[in-house]
Design a binder for this molecule. Structure first.
Ligand code: SF4
Length: 454
């Protein structure tokens, strides 16, 4: 729940402006604090009590939590809105693969390989699962630690360690001490035993309780003990109940600013359904409905790719279209006689054009002009893809040093800018109107490339 500058100023000393914080008044300082533009410690006149109060008031409604280390670290939480259309969702949920210590050698081997190697290229991005969950299902501590050590030595992906046996859980934490694992579960039964151990080697923990009310008392006790990197598991195993719990937690933290529930959540489709398709559908619900970690018992490319694309769509900022960098791109290995095409930088447009060019097997240059992520026709209508601006871009992007030819193919739907573009390029370039649709490049480009070399 965002806090206002006027609420913050009440906690400030309110003395005659001393400007020691760098701002002309306490109110100016409080406004900046509310926007996250400065920090509490910049005012040297705060009592310890006021400082603590302010830090409490200014803390994110959903605490950010990071699991894993280095390039594999996964940060979640710190969300600001209930619905994506209100602003944007910020940290995509981790999607993980469960391996239990009672699985066969072959299955463990396959799953470890899968989590390491599974990735999909997607409109200039790489989509992949980003979590491993290691479960002690056998009840045998040694067997669990064997799995944990094996996973630790095989992959550096962010990891959840799951064991009902507290001894096994913290022994596994020691193996993963260098990787900030997520420990699961901390419950009413093991809380007192777990608190000193967590404090010995701080790492995030999953707090599990039967129902939200019981969760609240556990998070409050952990917070009192100084343990705040928490992830909530309300324990519901039916989809409707689980979504109800996620909704309650999200609303309580963001709308009511209720701190005991202001933490990211975890969901386990792997324990809610048997088959992959059902688990994928449940996981898709949790992507939309706020889980920060989602664990599957297994996946294949047919079930995982739609889920990853769904996650990408939900967590793409709706205020900004997906765009690619403004520059010229090489498709194949073009030379100084190869065709040059121009298009806008909406990611989908670029990938349709470059894929269509690639399919013709004609090496070419695709010049991508920044049009604020709009498709060509929309960008033209908005004045962001005019002949003048394309001309300027062609002159400065470096393509003139790469090709001897001076022939530029423009999208067929923008035939009307031909004359303006020729003028903008000082009539040194011939402008050719290409096909109206990218599908037309298959028939157009090979013959055009041949003509260029004659
Ligand atoms: S340093 Fe503190 S007391 Fe002085 S103006 Fe800034 S906020 Fe007010």
């Amino acid at each position: 729940m965002p806090v206002s500058g006027s609420a913050i100023v009440k906690l400030l000393p309110g003395r005659k402006p001393c400007r020691d914080c760098g701002f002309p008044t306490c109110f100016a300082f409080s406004m900046k604090l509310a926007l996250g533009g400065t920090t509490v410690d910049k005012c040297p006149h705060l009592s310890e009590e006021a400082k603590t109060q302010l830090e409490e008031v200014l803390a994110p409604a959903i605490r950010p939590v990071t699991v894993g280390a280095g390039g594999n670290a996964l940060s979640v939480g710190d969300e600001e809105v209930i619905y994506r259309h209100e602003k944007t969702f910020v940290h995509p949920p981790g999607i993980g693969l469960l391996i239990s210590d009672d699985e066969s050698e072959e299955s463990v081997e396959q799953k470890l390989k899968k989590i390491e190697e599974t990735e999909f290229p997607w409109v200039g991005l790489t989509l992949n699962p980003d979590l491993l969950a290691l479960q002690n299902r056998s009840g045998d501590k040694d067997r669990y630690l064997k799995l944990v050590n094996r996973a630790h030595d095989t992959t550096e992906v962010a990891t959840i360690l799951i064991s009902e046996d507290t001894e096994a859980l913290f022994a596994a934490r020691d193996v993963y001490a260098d990787r900030q694992p997520l420990l699961c579960p901390i419950t009413e039964d093991n809380l007192d035993d777990a608190i000193p151990r967590i404090k010995d080697g701080p790492t995030p923990v999953v707090v599990r309780a039967d129902g939200i009310e019981n969760l609240v008392s556990l998070t409050a006790r952990l917070k009192d003990a100084g343990i705040e990197d928490l992830v909530l598991d309300p324990g519901s195993m039916k989809l409707l109940d689980a979504i109800g719990d996620q909704t309650f937690i999200r609303r309580a933290s963001l709308k009511q600013g209720f701190r005991p529930l202001g933490y990211p959540t975890i969901a386990f489709p792997c324990f809610m359904a048997e088959d992959r398709v059902s688990q994928t559908l449940i996981a898709a619900s949790f992507v939309a409905k706020w889980a920060a970690f989602i664990v599957l018992s297994d996946f294949d490319s047919h079930t995982l790719l739609p889920l990853l694309v769904h996650r990408l769509n939900i967590y793409t900022d709706p205020r900004f279209p997906l765009a690619v960098e403004e520059k010229y791109y090489e498709v194949g290995q073009p030379d100084e006689q190869s065709p040059v095409l121009v298009t806008s930088n909406w990611a989908l447009t670029y990938f349709l054009v470059s894929s269509a060019v690639e399919a013709t097997r004609v090496p070419a240059y695709v010049c991508v002009k920044d049009a604020e992520g709009l498709g060509v026709l929309t960008a033209w209508a908005a004045g962001k893809f005019s002949g003048d601006s394309i001309g300027e871009f062609i002159k400065k992007c470096g393509i003139e040093d790469r090709v001897k030819t001076r022939t530029l193919v423009i999208p067929g739907k923008l035939a009307r800018i031909k004359g303006e573009l020729e003028d903008a390029l000082d009539r040194r370039w011939e402008i050719v109107v290409g096909p109206r649709e990218t599908t037309g490049l298959a028939g157009f480009l090979p013959a055009f490339a041949k003509k260029l070399r004659q």
